[in-house]
Design a protein around this ligand. Structure first.
Ligand SMILES: [Cu+2]
Length: 159
């Protein structure tokens, strides 16, 4: 079979690109520490009262370190607002009490699935004061588009 030399060259180039992209993924995962958000625990979605999600909300672990337990439920986030001071490190545990939801925080790289029965964990340090919109990006029913919340990062008080 005759293959034109340009076609052969582009073929080799395309195969080479696959290896370049694969190396980029390996570099990001191993050297850059970029990981896909993965479930860190399991809960019974029908009875969150026996879990850490019984009282959703923000907890201060130490100065500048917070954790938040967040429950996604059609069509709200509980709590719908989280307030932290600028420069805080925030760990968010999120689960769903009903159907599958999506968890995206605008202006950040936080983007994860919220699956009933599973606990999703995301971490980030919020340096810049402002309001960060939380949206559900997985269709979860007729009022999906109304499902939003926010993380309010407050500027440190002047000394
Ligand atoms: Cu939704």
């Amino acid at each position: 079979m005759h293959v034109h030399r340009y076609e052969r060259a582009w073929g080799y180039f395309s195969i080479g690109l696959v290896f370049v992209f694969f190396l980029a993924i390996l570099t990001a995962a191993l050297a850059g520490g970029i990981q896909v958000p993965s479930p860190v625990g399991q809960v019974n979605p029908a009875d969150l009262s026996q879990t850490d999600f019984a009282k959703p909300g923000l907890r201060e672990l130490s100065p500048g370190h917070y954790e938040a337990y967040l429950v996604a439920q059609a069509w709200t986030w509980n709590p719908s607002e989280i307030h932290i001071p600028a420069g805080s490190e925030l760990t968010i545990y999120v689960t769903s009490g009903d159907v599958q939801h999506g968890f995206k925080v605008e202006g950040t790289n936080i983007n994860a699935m919220v699956v009933p029965g599973q606990v999703t964990k995301v971490e980030r340090t919020f340096e810049t004061p402002g309001e960060y919109l939380i949206v559900c990006h997985e269709y979860c029913g007729s009022n999906h588009h109304l499902m939003s919340g926010k993380i309010v990062v407050e500027a440190a008080a002047a000394p």
